[in-house]
Design a protein around this ligand. Structure first.
Ligand SMILES: [Fe+2]
Length: 276
């Protein structure tokens, strides 16, 4: 696992460090899974996520060695299996970790395939799926707040390309405290450089760009009014110093002249932040 170091000068009362990782995509199965499901997990692992177990072990050892808090911004599992959730539970219990959900935390893949029809079903069942995944973690994976040395670490769930009105209200009430905020979410905010590279898969993509997307992408990703408002709030709120995200599986940092600086971390990178 590659370690990337960053310093955030946000006005902490005393400097501290934390680690960020994201998008591990565990593909573990056990004897309770069918042969088809085991084969599906193996195919996903071999094609995309062969380093998942190794990364998790590396991060766990690094956390133990340094004693730093770890923030994981989602997609710890590739899809829901009992073994994936049990491994997540073990990891959450062994590591001092704050976790915020990614889009894969709700994927059940009932037909052992990733397809838009099954994604659609999971999106209709997202609340139920999220609530059952939440049971395996040690913090609320929909929203978290941890204050360290006068800095508020806030995690807000946007796994479905949306920010709920309830979570937006919670974010605003944290901002009203006037202390610096580092904001963690799975999906980065739309910014031009990322859109040029991805062509989508960002939070609050302007409608002018969404109009030319396929129907499923619109259904999945088009921001509702609350999300648009929340995205604008995040970009303009003086307390929110940066976002720390995943979802894209590569490392990225917004240019320094951006309205808000975003740190996106890749699948095999562990970011070590020093907060000052
Ligand atoms: Fe991911």
């Amino acid at each position: 696992m590659k370690i990337v170091e960053n310093t955030l000068k946000v006005g902490a009362q005393k400097p501290f460090k934390f680690l960020h990782m994201t998008d591990t995509h565990l593909t573990i199965t056990d004897s309770s899974d069918s042969a088809e499901r085991v084969a599906f997990a193996k195919q996903r692992r071999n094609a995309y996520f062969s380093t998942a177990d190794e990364c998790l072990e590396f991060a766990q050892n690094y956390c133990e060695k340094t004693g730093y808090l770890l923030v994981h911004t989602g997609d710890l599992v590739d899809f829901i299996t009992p073994a994936n959730l049990n491994k997540s539970k073990q990891f959450a219990e062994k590591t001092e970790m704050l976790f915020i959900a990614g889009n894969h935390e709700i994927h059940t893949c009932p037909n052992n395939v990733f397809c838009e029809e099954d994604f659609t079903l999971d999106l209709y069942n997202k609340q139920k799926n999220l609530a059952s995944t939440n049971e395996y973690f040690t913090n609320d994976i929909d929203f978290f707040l941890r204050e360290i040395n006068g800095v508020n670490l806030v995690g807000i769930n946007n796994y479905d390309y949306r920010i709920s009105a309830e979570n937006f209200a919670k974010l605003k009430s944290v901002a009203a405290k006037g202390k610096p905020i580092i904001l963690f979410m799975h999906i980065p905010l739309y910014e031009q450089k990322l859109y040029e590279r991805m062509g989508g898969a960002l939070l609050s993509i302007p409608d002018s760009l969404m109009n030319s997307q396929r129907e499923f992408i619109k259904f999945e990703q088009q921001a509702d009014e609350t999300t648009k408002e929340a995205a604008e709030f995040i970009r303009n709120c003086p307390e929110i110093k940066c976002t720390v995200c995943g979802h894209l599986h590569f490392d990225f940092e917004s240019p320094n002249d951006s309205k808000i600086k975003q740190y996106v971390t890749g699948m095999t990178t562990l970011r070590e932040f020093t907060v000052e």
